[in-house]
Write a protein that binds this ligand. Structure first.
Ligand code: GDP
Ligand code: MG
Length: 441
């Protein structure tokens, strides 16, 4: 998967201070292979890689993230963009009934989707009418009626016994019926074929002309991979559609179809179907799909938390002080608190730049410990905090008494602070954060 491939490349990026062009190229190569394996169409892969490379090389260096995390962040953001960015809502008509027409190959999941949509709309206070315009297969009408009953909505179907009905006529009459019975949304289920053919397209186009849908949804099985693109193009040219629904996402589809269809047709993905039950259905969220494709949901959450917790400005101030040895106890406390805000400390050590070196120190920090540190530092005067060197034995006793800890705790803190300051000065020297230089950009 993409995440497996990225993980191995990114491992090499760990510990590096900056992304080199060679690192970026190596990551891009793996991303390319992973996307192709996930059945993303080649032109889409090319363009995607181009964007990621450009952004990575333009290197928006973030202090909160290490290079590996930066690559993941860029890839994730580009995935979201290519999946459409924002969630697109269903367009309903100002003057009901709104008409939603479903089109797609046989077996793509149209009839199932009709029931899911109906239930979903009903829960939002709409009164949908299901319309059976698949008169091709013998059981298609009954299948829709069963689904309708389960969703608790009415199904409009041709009267039995008149031979094969005319789907265009049924569609037209269903709109009259919706007006009469005050249904505000009409969901038109249509026939599909196993492959794209002219008759299928013509019939779908005729139904479209008869009902002028507010939304025509192209329903596509996410498991068909590369074929999704050619099928989507055929439906776009033959019928036209305003949105896409991906079905069978509960299978092991990696989402390649999602990336390709959205990109190739330019039409948004509105819904995702992920199971046979009527409830297995949701509005499509590009960000969730992206993290599924990337397979790094947890990592993405951590990156977000790290960015939120890590106050850029304070980090710059602290970095500027490093070289001059001006780091105060308050800066020290702030950094510890930043680490704590990020959540379970053990998972997050790699996230602060340079934190690798502070690992041993930070590893001993738990919440109780931080509370104690905070209490001790609160018990100091501002002068002591700014200049810890002045904290002599009698001051230590006073501070210990005032903050309810032992003198040993105070000694520990002060010693650790001096150690940390020394370490940071060394690091600052190595990374070139001198006085007057900024660590960003
Ligand atoms: P249609 O020919 O386009 O109307 O497709 P159907 O709605 O009849 O669905 C074809 C088959 O796929 C049926 O067996 C459905 O139960 C199944 N199906 C539809 N959507 C999903 C889905 O999201 N997940 C899974 N696992 N099966 C689905
Ligand atoms: Mg059907």
């Amino acid at each position: 998967t993409l995440s497996d491939r990225l993980t191995s490349v990114l491992q090499n990026l760990r510990g590096k201070g900056k992304l080199s062009d060679a690192d970026i190229d190596a990551s891009a190569r793996e991303i390319r292979i992973a996307l192709l394996e996930a059945d993303v169409a080649l032109p889409v892969v090319r363009e995607f890689i181009k964007h990621v490379k450009e952004r990575a090389k333009g290197s928006e260096v973030s202090q909160a993230l290490n290079p590996a995390q930066q690559v993941i962040k860029i890839v994730n953001e580009e995935l979201i963009a290519i999946l459409g960015g924002e969630t697109r809502r269903l367009n309903l008509a100002k003057n009901p009934p709104s008409v939603i027409m479903l089109a797609g190959l046989q077996g793509s999941g149209k009839t199932t989707l009709a029931g899911k949509l109906a239930l979903w709309l009903k829960k939002q206070g709409h009164a949908p009418l299901l319309v059976a315009c698949d008169l091709q297969r013998p059981n298609a009408v009954t299948q829709l009626q069963v689904v309708g009953e389960r969703a608790g909505v009415t199904t409009f179907a041709p009267e039995p016994g008149n031979g094969v009905g005319d789907p265009v006529d049924v569609a037209r009459r269903s709109i009259e019926e919706a007006r009469r019975a005050q249904h505000d949304v009409v969901i038109v289920d249509t026939a599909g074929r196993l492959g794209v053919d002219e008759e299928l397209m013509r019939q779908a186009a005729d139904i479209r002309d008869a009902v002028t849908p507010d939304e025509t949804l192209f329903v596509v099985d996410a498991m068909i991979g590369q074929d999704a693109v050619t099928t989507a193009e055929a439906f776009r040219d033959g019928v036209g559609f305003s949105g896409v629904v991906l079905t069978k996402l509960d299978g092991d589809a990696r989402g390649g179809a999602a990336l390709s269809v959205r990109h190739v047709t330019g039409e948004p993905i509105l819904f995702a179907s992920n199971g046979e039950k009527l409830e297995d259905f949701d509005v499509f969220h590009p960000d969730r799909m992206a993290s599924r494709i990337l397979g790094m949901g947890d990592m993405l959450t951590l990156i977000e938390q790290a960015e939120q917790a890590f106050d850029q400005e304070k980090a710059e101030q602290a970095a500027a002080k490093l070289g001059t040895g001006e780091l105060t106890l308050e800066d020290f406390l702030e950094q510890m608190q930043a680490v704590r805000r990020m959540g379970p400390i053990g998972n997050l050590l790699g996230m602060l730049p340079g934190a690798g070196q502070m690992k041993d120190q930070l590893a001993q920090v738990d919440d109780a410990h931080l509370d104690r540190l905070q209490a001790i530092i609160r018990g100091m005067t501002p002068a002591e905090r700014a200049n810890p060197k002045m904290i002599n034995a009698s001051r230590r006793q006073r501070i210990a008494r005032g903050s309810g800890v032992t003198v040993r705790d105070v000694n520990d803190l002060v010693n650790r602070f001096f150690e940390a300051r020394k370490m940071m000065q060394q690091m600052a020297g190595r990374f070139g954060f001198g006085p007057g230089t900024s660590a960003t950009k």
